[in-house]
Design a protein around this ligand. Structure first.
Ligand SMILES: NC(=O)c1ccc[n+]([C@@H]2O[C@H](COP(=O)([O-])OP(=O)(O)OC[C@H]3O[C@@H](n4cnc5c(N)ncnc54)[C@H](OP(=O)(O)O)[C@@H]3O)[C@@H](O)[C@H]2O)c1
Length: 261
């Protein structure tokens, strides 16, 4: 018998300890505000300390842990600092990302390295620190912010897209690895959301969501214990279906979609 939901349903946030990494703007900041309003205890990370301090009301008393996720030594310091407050988080949200729209003939190798380290390598640094204590306790969850750009190769996402495809793959294997050990793994694949990240796009973004809409969709998906949380579904579902087609049809569908966008 298949379970109704693949993950534990996260409905009661009161006192739940959430480490949100990439929380100073956009989706991460909106999610922090939504979870604080529901009574979660928050640790907030990104590089910009001043921005992190303005994300939720001081009354929520978030732990502010500024660091650069692309730096493995900084991860060690952040984890040591977090451990002064919490032995292990209940939920870790990997939300930090770097994005530079560029076509394949515009690659900047140094920028590409930085994007891969921020979006993908950093998750391995983080897992190295958070997993042992979460596994020891046998409960908790990991949330990976990937993207529909990971469903299939989309022009402009030359470096970003492959990092998000890798995160989808990683979330799948983490789920299989960790579910029997009591941990939930939640994969978030948003469509377009209006944030500093997408402000770099010079093309029309269909079905653009606000960060608050994105945060609400994520909270709803977590409450339903979904493995994949993707929104808005009228935009993301056709992309997902297109990604399942044989290549001949997939490329034709993609070119059609891009013409419509
Ligand atoms: N917006 C969209 O349409 C969209 C669609 C699909 C997926 N996503 C994903 O959703 C997540 C949030 O994106 P967003 O749109 O909300 O973008 P955003 O507003 O630019 O937020 C990115 C966050 O990552 C942090 N960050 C970036 N580099 C970092 C580093 N080296 N170390 C630590 N923190 C770092 C930023 O803070 P600092 O600058 O303070 O470090 C910021 O808090 C990302 O994973 C993104 O790929 C977004």
């Amino acid at each position: 018998m298949w379970p109704r939901s693949l993950n534990p349903a996260l409905k009661d946030w009161n006192g739940r300890r959430v480490w949100l990494i990439g929380a100073s703007s956009g989706i991460g900041a909106a999610l922090a505000a939504a979870l604080a309003a529901k009574g979660a205890m928050l640790a907030l990370s990104s590089r910009r300390e001043a921005a992190l301090r303005g994300v939720v009301q001081p009354a929520a008393q978030p732990i502010i842990l500024p660091f650069d996720v692309a730096d493995p030594v900084a991860w060690e310091h952040a984890w040591t600092e977090l451990n002064k407050h919490w032995e292990a988080p209940d939920l870790v949200v990997f939300c930090a990302a770097d994005y530079h729209p560029q076509r394949s003939w515009e690659i900047d190798p140094e920028q590409a390295r930085h994007t891969v380290e921020t979006n993908l390598t950093s998750i391995y640094y983080g897992l190295h620190y958070v997993l042992p204590s979460m596994l020891k306790r046998g409960s908790g969850g990991l949330v990976l912010l990937a993207s529909v750009a990971g469903y299939m190769g989309l022009p402009n996402a030359t470096v970003y897209g492959p990092t998000k495809a890798a995160l989808i793959n990683l979330a799948e294997l983490l789920y299989v690895d960790l579910r029997s050990r009591g941990l939930g793994v939640y994969l978030v694949n948003p469509g377009f959301v209006q944030t500093p990240l997408t402000a770099k796009n010079d093309f029309a973004m269909p079905s653009l969501q606000t960060p608050t809409q994105a945060a609400n969709a994520i909270v709803a998906g977590l409450a339903n214990g979904r493995f994949e949380i993707s929104f808005p579904s009228h935009f993301t579902r056709p992309l997902k279906w297109a990604s399942l087609l044989p290549y001949r049809l997939r490329f034709a569908a993609l070119l059609q979609l891009l013409r419509l966008a």
